[in-house]
Design a protein. Structure first.
Length: 78
């Protein structure tokens, strides 16, 4: 039985869009340090070749958990 580590699995842009609910342009704005929407905590892309990139699934899942935690712990006005 082989142990498959999903933390090291690479996902492509289409899957990243599905997991995060972000558009392609929003993802690239989060990666661009010159953008007002830049997010230094957003997972960095990994070059897969001359014209292909991906993201480590484990990093994406960690980022999603971190934004859920920060959203859940945000104060609410009641």
């Amino acid at each position: 039985m082989s142990s498959f580590n999903t933390n090291l699995s690479i996902i492509r842009l289409k899957t990243l869009i599905e997991l995060t609910g972000l558009s392609r342009s929003s993802i690239y704005e989060k990666l661009n340090p010159d953008s007002p929407r830049f997010d230094p905590s957003f997972p960095q892309k990994v070059s897969l070749g001359a014209r292909a990139v991906g993201w480590y699934q484990g990093e994406v899942e960690s980022w999603l958990k971190s934004i859920r935690v920060s959203t859940d712990s945000a104060p609410t006005n009641q």
